[in-house]
Design a protein around this ligand. Sequence first.
Ligand code: NAD
Length: 328
Amino acid sequence: MRGRVLVCGAGGFIGGHLVKRLCDEGYWVRGVDLKHNEFSPSPADEFIIGDLRDPDVVRSVVEGVDEAYQLAADMGGAGYLFTGEHDASVMHNSATINLNVLELGREAGLAKFFYSSSACIYPAYNQTDPDDPKCSEDSAYPAAPDSEYGWEKLFSERLYASYHRNYGVEIHVARYHNIFGPEGTWSGGREKAPAAICRKVAEAPDGGEIEIWGDGKQTRSFLYVDECIEGTRRLMDSDFAGPVNIGSDEMVTIDQLAGMACDIAGKRLRIRHIDGPLGVRGRNSDNRLIRERLDWAPSASLRAGLEVTYPWIAEQVAARELVSALHA
Ligand code: NAD
């Protein structure tokens, strides 16, 4: 056994994949989340259903572990984070989780923490040009994230840095950029762009139409979940605290992403652009720092990740349609 770790947010998308990886590596893993993973049973040695906003829950889950991966957050895609409707709960819930896990974890003697921050911390003023967004780690200040989600992440980055400075706990902070893959949320309002687009493509009949928010010319990069986990593990095993980008630097427009999904599905679909919550105009991961400090950077193509993710989402859509046909 390599050590005892706590994964907060183990019932979620990235947390679920991380638990599998840590178990494969021989760690003893305790997962905690508000819910079980919807898509596959967790191989965690112990899985606690609990609310990390509650200090008593946190006190009990930090007992007897050496290190923690803190991925729990009130989280969603643009349709959840950029409408303004969930701002108070996003800030309150996620900040409370981080305050509790760090303070009560430190009191229990945990010496090492991983924290998943986000590309959403980067200033909106550097992401207005879709062809040339700036997201190097040193461009975070003067701070001007375009969402309260980003402000909470920035606050929590500083919280982890303060605990390192004042209490000497080891911290590793990653800024994830748009992670996608199987077993991610694909419906219900919290899904992110790649999953939402794959779902729309899977639902549409060949020759039909899908809706895309905005003019489709906004740019992003998308990182396949396996590389996110690889980067997370490498960062945690390194002597680098970060914050560091963990993202892909293959930037595409949202229309290109939709085109790729159609191509993989073998469907010809028209794209109709409609109004919707958008976020910044352009974003891409700057991978110079991760290459320099970890001697590694993500390298898989978006296409390769979508070729695994699209069939998984198409299967979920087909299963849902079968269930609703049976109930009709
Ligand atoms: P997710 O929503 O699938 O996972 C988060 C998990 O946290 C959920 O299972 C949720 O139930 C749990 N949670 C929320 N509140 C909780 C509470 N009070 N107590 C216990 N558990 C609670 O999201 P994800 O995509 O797996 O993201 C994981 C982390 O990575 C989050 O911190 C997120 O902000 C960050 N991140 C993700 C992305 C991405 O593209 N997915 C990008 C940047 C940053």
